[in-house]
Design a protein around this ligand. Structure first.
Ligand SMILES: [Zn+2]
Length: 106
């Protein structure tokens, strides 16, 4: 990537990684050492926003009747996307206590 130039004074911008609370990804920012110009890298900013939106993923969902008396649950599209789930994939289900169901991907 070419070094970014300050649109105000033409100096080379310094790349600085900014950490965001609750996100593992950092936002890349461009700062000018001469004037006060400051900009965020759109791609990394989007990544952090998406990360914050997805983690921690806690969703309220309903248990639904699938067929007969069998019960099931649909996976929310955010879950599907963040885990890259596919039809036919096998997962392990365990019940560590009366308040949790743990699904583990192979
Ligand atoms: Zn500048």
């Amino acid at each position: 990537m070419k070094p970014k130039i300050c649109p105000k004074c033409g100096k080379k911008l310094k790349k600085i990684n900014v950490s965001v609370e609750g996100a593992k990804n950092k936002v890349l920012s461009y700062q000018c050492g001469k004037c006060s110009y400051f900009d965020f890298d759109q791609k990394s900013a989007k990544k952090v926003i998406q990360e914050l939106r997805e983690n921690p993923l806690k969703l309220k969902q309903k248990i639904v009747k699938i067929s007969g008396n069998r019960l099931g649950m649909y996976f929310n599209k955010h879950v599907v996307r963040s885990l890259n789930l596919k039809k036919g994939e096998e997962i392990y289900v365990s019940v560590p206590d009366k308040k949790h169901i743990v699904l583990e991907l192979e």
